[in-house]
Ligand binder design. Structure first.
Ligand SMILES: [Zn+2]
Length: 582
């Protein structure tokens, strides 16, 4: 049981946590001043230390060089007794398991840092083997350049050992690498140690600066995690060292590990700055849902239009003009990198409403490939009577590729630019004679499409079989035929929040549900992790979850993943919106 560590903010595998010592420590952090090592048991058997509430006591251990066979490690594995104080244990990739400790120290960390494949495999294996609400400590490896990547992978504690050693060697460390102090004409830092001309700085100053730089980078990482934007930072910062770039690309290949830890919604913007963005969980998940869950309900021609910088698209000037030309006679689907295709009903969903990309007017080969694949999968699933491409020239290679693959003929309506008068009048006349769909149909289709996207294929029809809509877009509220409210659309996230009546329909449907079993209590405001007996594995942060216990049924939004709810002994599992006693 982890009593002395709690996770407060999650951003993928990275977390801001709290080591609950007599003076609490915010992680990711330096462990130097708060961790005591009771020592190796190799030379002699050691007494169990007493423990100290102001420090983490690392229990006596036996470290192994990396590559030591598992059976040898097991044969020499020490017993880890329970300590009534903050405690840590030393584990390897092979021996890592739940020892009921607050901190897990990875032995042999120096052998994997610098090697992307070995590092990613070890961190993923250890993180999966130890409890979610325990801290992972990598000793002797952190630098200002690598610590953001360490945190992104799921490391909570590091120390100054390497920064100090590099300083004694005259290496001056920064977030973008290292240089010999002697080679610097200026000190590119304003920490106290750097308040002097470069030629006067000595090795002591270099050590002091390295530690300061590491601390500053850790503060930056914590801020990024709180903002939900560590990945955006890393896509730029990790490029300064080859192994770091290789590491986050390899982590992208550990999709299941990252996906389980990535929220389904965020308030923060997602910056698309490079082709690496296309492999982000958020982007892959959106493409999967649009091509696997969403279904078009409009009986109208498809009109492909370019995305707009302003989000949601419908509030942009260009989309206002497209709308005036289309006049409810076509189904508008926006094409965009890095997201792929966004049907009009899903414009509020995450990250369709939350991304910002670099607009150059030219698509990279990887972007063309990705968006063409998404459009192809989308059109294989959704039939349209006609296909209209109201797109600028740089989008055409994508449409042409899909035309070739699927044998669909598009009608092209853009003369020079999508918003010029000729193009808009082409678009309007191409649609002349097509019937208009009504506002009610549009609203119904929007709520049903969002339900499909959020809960799974078919959810829109099952949850909203009889549907009566109140209020105006985007603040739509779904009621049943008797007037009882089932759900409300949350405009900031593009998600549906369910009422208890809506949650009951969800449980009664054939759509996959997300449930957690709770102890015998009536939730008020929130459900804490220790109260969760069991939770579905596929619950993600931001998901709607139904909590069922002997005394109450509640519905709320998950604050941690299902596995984390089930494992954790601390922290808020969910804020609940509605509760009914049984
Ligand atoms: Zn400095």
């Amino acid at each position: 049981m982890t009593e002395y560590f709690e996770v407060h903010h999650r951003d993928g595998a990275a977390r801001v946590g709290e080591l609950r010592l007599s003076e609490p420590v915010r992680t990711p952090a330096l462990a130097d001043d708060v961790v005591d090592d009771a020592g190796s048991q190799w030379p002699e058997r050691r007494e169990l230390p007493e423990g100290d509430p102001s420090r983490v006591t690392i229990l006596p251990h036996r470290g192994f060089p990396s590559g030591t066979p598992e059976e040898v490690q097991e044969a020499f594995a020490p017993e880890y007794p329970e300590l009534d104080a903050p405690s840590g244990v030393v584990v390897s990739r092979e021996t890592a398991t739940d020892f009921g400790s607050d901190v897990y120290v990875l032995s042999g960390a120096q052998g994997i840092v610098g090697h992307a494949e070995a590092f990613v495999e070890a961190i993923v294996a250890v993180r999966e083997a130890i409890p979610a609400d325990s801290a992972l400590y990598l000793p002797g490896v952190a630098t200002p350049a690598n610590v953001a990547t360490l945190a992104y992978a799921g490391v909570d504690l590091v120390d100054t050992d390497r920064a100090v050693i590099r300083g004694t060697q005259g290496k001056y460390l920064t977030g973008d690498g290292e240089a010999f102090l002697e080679d610097l004409a200026e000190l590119p830092c304003s920490c106290p140690a750097c308040q002097q001309p470069a030629e006067q700085a000595d090795r002591e100053d270099c050590i002091e600066h390295n530690v300061n730089a590491l601390q500053a980078e850790l503060a930056r990482v914590r801020e990024r995690i709180r903002a939900g934007r560590l990945r955006d930072y890393l896509e730029g910062q990790a490029r300064h060292e080859q192994w770091l770039t290789a590491t986050f690309r390899r982590l992208d290949q550990q999709y299941a590990y990252l996906e389980q830890r990535t929220p389904i919604v965020r308030r923060a913007e997602l910056t698309a700055a490079s082709d690496d963005t296309l492999r982000r969980v958020e982007i892959q998940r959106f493409a999967e849902r649009v091509t696997g869950r969403y279904r078009n309900r409009f009986d109208a021609p498809l009109v492909l239009v370019p995305c707009s910088a302003r989000k949601p698209y419908s509030e942009s000037r260009s989309h206002g003009r497209f709308h005036d030309a289309i006049q409810f006679r076509g189904h508008t689907v926006s094409m965009t990198s890095p997201i792929g295709v966004v049907p009009q009903e899903l414009e509020l969903t995450y990250p369709a409403q939350h991304y910002d990309s670099v607009v150059t007017g030219r698509w990279s080969a990887t972007e063309i490939e990705f968006v063409a694949d998404v459009l192809e999968a989308y059109l294989e699933r959704n039939d349209y009577p006609r296909h209209i491409a109201h797109l600028p020239e740089d989008y055409l290679p994508i449409v042409e590729r899909v035309e070739d693959r699927l044998g669909i003929d598009f009608e092209y309506t853009v003369a020079e630019h999508p918003t010029d008068a000729d193009s808009l009048s082409n678009l309007a006349s191409t649609l002349s004679g097509e019937p208009k769909y009504r506002k009610r149909e549009r609203q119904h289709n929007t709520l049903r499409a969002i339900a499909d996207y959020q809960f799974g294929e078919g959810a829109g029809d099952e949850l909203f079989e009889d549907l009566h809509i109140e209020s105006r877009y985007p603040k739509l509220r779904a009621h049943d035929a008797d007037g009882e409210q089932l759900a409300a659309l949350v405009p900031n996230y593009g998600t549906l929040s369910l009422t208890l009546a809506g949650a009951k329909r969800w449980l009664d449907s054939d759509v996959p549900t997300k449930r957690a079993a709770i102890d015998d209590f009536v939730p008020r405001g929130s459900v804490l992790a220790p109260g969760v007996v069991d939770a579905d594995e596929d619950i993600r942060v931001g998901d709607e979850v139904v909590f069922e216990g002997p005394s109450a049924v509640s519905v709320g939004r998950a604050e941690m993943s299902g596995p984390e709810m089930a494992e954790s002994t601390r922290g808020i599992a969910s804020e609940v919106r509605h509760t009914e006693t049984r």
